[in-house]
Design a protein around this ligand. Sequence first.
Ligand code: FES
Length: 157
Amino acid sequence: MSKMNLKKVDEIIKNYKNNDSWLVMILQDVQEKYNYLPVEAIKRVAEKLQIPLSRVFNVATFYSSLSLAERGKHVIKVCDGTACHLRGFTNLRDEITRKLGIKENETTEDKEFTLEVVACLGACALAPVMSIDNKCYGKINNEKVNETLDCYKRAAK
Ligand code: FES
């Protein structure tokens, strides 16, 4: 594996004046840059802030919005809350799996999409719901899933 360029991490830490009180914000910004928290970046944060690596890992694993697993450019979240479960979650998840060839917590080979299942996206009246990069898509059916994913695929070319 090639050595990761950690310049972006250094810049983020500098923006927070090397202050470890902002650790969560720093990790959120790092994740925004890389789409997940690479181990190399976590080590760099600990080193630069002069805090134990274990503390950074604890924070990185505590918040569900932070991910240590490599994720694709676009993160698809499919809601499996009660309303969505009753109104077609399984069908929706299976259609995405069929279309992209990935299951829950997997990333496509081209690193474009990651599929995640979440508890509730806060739009229950629109069930079933999915989001892509935090943009919400409600009352979604197989046709809409395919149209939406095709849009993202076309934009990637
Ligand atoms: S249950 Fe799916 S958005 Fe709330």
